[in-house]
Structures are given as structure tokens and as C-alpha cells.
Design a protein around this ligand. Structure first.
Ligand SMILES: O=C(O)c1ccccc1NCC(=O)[C@H](O)[C@H](O)COP(=O)(O)O
Length: 245
């Protein structure tokens, strides 16, 4: 993170399952609520002033296929920055993800199961690679958050030493629940790394975003917002205004 940054970045989320924009609860397959066209959703966030889009291929994450063509279409239609996540685990899926023009890609499972490959792509692609640390308690979860993948802080130490440039931290217990972010987890991760952290999961109100903003001096750079926007708890314009000072 640059020393001058003091405003929390917001990344509205578009999670894609079977061609539709959906929200999950706790990231569980089968808990989907559908919100229609992913492209329409993404364009709506862009029109509302988003500077970032967090775009997730849930089928690729769960291993139930993929939405590659649609993800590419959405990413390429954006004038704003795109963070792409879901099922990026090998050279082929990484090449497809980078070819969408995404600003950065988020590696989850592979960071737990294939450390050598992840060290290699971090060395090759630098800050185009973020690592998603998806946790229950302090246990990481991979394969669409369905399998345990080791200890959060041990993995963080390894990734720090490999030069990982950014972490996207999700408390799975909070994700899609509108129960508020896990601020303690975010504080703890910031204490364990000097790399920027993007918060994810649980945002329910403008006060939650203000509370995450308070963590910017500790290293929290941004916050993903999903369910709260789709449930109309607030508008993206209101959220951007809330974090603008
Ligand atoms: O990002 C992934 O790879 C992923 C894999 C499996 C299940 C869910 C996954 N991502 C979900 C998200 O990134 C959510 O969009 C995000 O955490 C927003 O959460 P919320 O604001 O609580 O809806």
C-alpha cells in the first residue's frame, strides 16, 4: 500500500454460478440466491461509481465447470479495475484469467496445495497476483472453501517470504450473512504482514464500512461488498460516500 493512501477501496462483488450472478451463504454450494445477468450487475456497479469489480467464477472454485467465456466478457466490458477469483490453480487457468485483462487475480486453493507453483507465479507476475486467505477460525479452506488447507498464520509467513503482494481475507463464517466483518481477524492479519489486505465477507451496513476504514492505517486497503448491495442495505453511491473521508 502506498504511504499516502487513506481511503478504503470498495470492490462490489459479482459471483457467477451457472451463468447467473448469485449470492451464497458461508460460500456454500446450494445456498444460492440468483440476481440475474452478471454483466448487467457489473455494469450497474460501474455506473454507480465503482473503481473496482470483484468477479468470482464459483463453478471454477467448486469444480463444477466454469464460466470462462462469460467471465471474459464481463471483465473486458469493464472500464474499471477487475479482481478475478475462482478456480485459478494452474498455468492454463491463470493464462485464461490474465487474458481477460483483469487487473489482478486471486489465488486460493493453489496457495494451499501447490506452494511451488504459487511462489513461481508470484515471482513472474508480482502484484497481478493476490492470495485469498479464506478461513474458518484460523484454519484455511480451499476447493471452494470445502476442504481444510492448513494454518492461516503459517501460510501467511510462507507467502510473505515468497513476496506475495496482497491478501484477500475472508471469514467464511461471516460471508454472505450480513453479520458484520470480522474486524479482529483483519487486525490480526495486518499484524502478521506488511502487505495490503482486502477485507471480504459479512459487510452489512455503512457503519461496517466505516469500521473497516478505521483499519486502513493498519494495512487494510479495501473491502469487498456483496450481499449488502444486492439486498439493498445501502447503495454503492452511499457506500463510496461513507468511505470517502
Ligand atoms: O472467491 C472465491 O474464490 C470463492 C470461492 C468459493 C465460495 C465463495 C467465494 N467468494 C465469495 C466472495 O468473494 C464474496 O463475493 C465476498 O466474500 C462478499 O461477501 P459478502 O459481502 O458477505 O456477500
Amino acid at each position: 500500500m502506498t504511504a499516502t493512501q487513506n481511503k478504503l477501496e470498495l470492490l462490489p462483488a459479482v459471483d457467477v454460478r451457472d451463468g447467473q450472478a448469485v449470492r451464497l451463504v458461508h460460500g456454500e454450494s446450494g445456498s444460492e440466491t440468483s440476481y440475474g445477468s452478471p454483466l448487467e450487475a457489473a455494469l450497474a456497479w460501474q455506473r454507480s461509481g465503482a473503481e473496482w469489480l470483484h468477479l468470482v467464477d464459483l463453478d471454477a472454485a467448486f469444480g463444477t465447470g466454469d464460466n470462462r467465456a462469460l467471465i471474459r466478457e464481463v471483465s473486458q466490458a469493464m472500464d474499471i479495475k477487475v479482481e478475478l477469483s475462482g478456480g485459478i490453480r494452474d498455468d492454463d487457468s491463470l493464462a485464461a484469467a490474465l487474458a481477460t485483462g483483469a487487473t489482478r487475480v486471486n489465488i486460493g486453493t493453489a496457495a494451499l496445495e501447490d506452494p511451488e507453483w504459487v511462489a513461481k507465479i508470484i515471482a513472474e507476475h508480482g502484484d497481478k497476483i493476490a492470495v485469498g486467505l479464506d478461513v474458518r477460525g484460523t484454519t484455511l479452506r480451499g476447493r471452494g472453501w470445502t476442504r481444510d488447507g492448513g494454518d492461516l498464520y503459517e501460510t501467511l509467513e510462507r507467502l510473505n517470504s515468497e513476496g506475495c503482494s496482497r491478501y484477500v481475507v475472508t471469514d467464511i463464517a461471516k460471508d454472505g450473512t450480513l453479520q458484520g466483518p470480522n474486524l479482529e481477524l483483519l487486525r490480526n492479519v495486518c499484524s502478521a504482514t506488511d502487505r495490503p489486505v482486502v477485507a471480504s465477507g459479512g459487510v452489512s451496513s455503512l457503519d461496517d464500512l466505516r469500521a473497516i476504514s478505521e483499519l486502513v492505517p493498519l494495512g487494510v486497503e479495501g473491502s469487498i461488498v456483496g450481499k449488502a448491495l444486492y439486498a439493498k442495505a445501502f447503495t454503492l453511491e452511499e457506500a463510496l460516500e461513507a468511505v470517502s473521508r
